[in-house]
Design a protein around this ligand. Structure first.
Ligand code: GLU
Length: 334
């Protein structure tokens, strides 16, 4: 008898254990937002979105959206950047990603690096901060403009990053290739500052929001680096030739000892997804950010200028995802 009771209770135990396992599996859906290097602004952007989503989910119903059995759980790992993120979304590995407006355009239109690989299911969610394209040079290298980069050691960025692609577009516009430099490196955004501070490279190109801690480090380490001006007819040609580029200024005083404005061209950081991602999930992500907007803006100083009405149109060339449209209409933004 004792034996029967024991085996009965262990059978029940197994039953309960497997029941609770399936409940957990059914109630939480995990998804990923691709970001950029750990010291950049994309990493903060992705994690701020996750934070807002978890916050609004908890206040709604302990992680469950009312009327559904589902709770969404979000992670925002550091990645190689814009083009890597779009590629992972296309492969179904990531559900969202942060990407520069120029690479959003090229991916959905099959141009530039995306020629022959057009990804027409790319969808826009909203845009975020401005990203001036910056060339930071160490003081002793005496680099004042693009032509001074001739014969220098320059980090052109890791493959997959937005800055790598934009640097190549700039080089094309300037009519130069890698042989213009003494040598090039392909360091990631989090490796390049140390390399500049250690004198291993003379300059690096980076499209990133400001102000940010990594650039302040470049300004204050032994390199005493600063962003150079990128102006002239070639740069003007880039700005005039594409909606995803605009003139950009990093105002003097943004970084320690930055005595002059740095004038350059820039893009917008945007959040993108796939047409395959559910309307419910995109709606919840957008709603979480928009309904916790003041808190969201506090997550990074580069978000200080964000305005909802601009975020739903600026820098977006892929069609808006229906889940995003649903929220924007409901909130009277559209
Ligand atoms: N704009 C960069 C890229 O597309 C990333 C900048 C950042 O991490 O904030 O790869």
């Amino acid at each position: 008898m004792k034996k029967i009771i024991t085996s009965l209770s262990s059978a029940l135990l197994i039953l309960f254990a497997s029941m609770s396992l399936t409940t957990v599996a059914k109630s939480a859906e995990f998804f990923t937002i691709g970001t950029g290097g750990p010291t950049g602004v994309y990493f903060q952007t992705g994690n701020a979105i996750c934070k807002m989503l978890h916050k609004s989910a908890i206040s709604a119903d302990h992680g469950r959206k009312k009327g559904t059995a589902k709770a969404y759980r979000c992670t925002a790992p550091s990645t190689g950047g814009s083009n890597y993120n779009i590629g992972q979304i296309a492969a179904g590995e990531f559900q969202f990603g942060v990407a520069q407006s120029d690479w959003q355009y090229h991916a959905v239109n099959g141009s530039s690096k995306w020629e022959g690989k057009q990804y027409s299911d790319l969808r826009a969610v909203f845009s975020v901060h401005n990203e001036p394209f910056q060339i930071w040079a160490r003081k002793k290298a005496k680099i004042k403009n693009f032509s001074d980069l001739e014969g220098k050691v320059v980090n052109i960025g890791n493959p997959g990053s937005g800055q790598r692609g934009t640097m190549e577009e700039l080089m094309k516009a300037m009519g130069v290739d890698n042989s213009f430099f003494k040598s090039t490196t392909e360091l990631t955004s989090s490796e390049q500052v140390k390399a500049l501070c250690d004198g291993k490279i003379d300059a690096f190109g980076y499209s990133v929001g400001f102000p940010n801690g990594a650039m302040e480090q470049a300004a204050t380490c032994a390199a005493k680096a600063s962003p150079i001006n990128l102006t002239g007819p070639e740069v003007q040609g880039l700005i005039d030739g594409a909606d995803y580029y605009a003139q950009a200024i990093i105002p003097k005083g943004t970084y320690t000892k930055q005595k002059k404005d740095a004038t350059t061209f820039g893009v917008k950081a945007t959040v993108v997804t796939s047409a395959d991602v559910s309307e419910e999930l995109v709606y919840l992500v957008v709603k979480a950010v928009m309904e916790n907007f003041d808190d969201f803006k506090k997550q990074h100083p580069a978000f200080g200028f964000l305005e909802k009405k601009n975020m739903i149109k600026d820098g977006l060339s892929a069609p808006l995802h229906p889940g995003a449209i649903k929220y924007y209409k409901e909130a009277g933004l559209m």
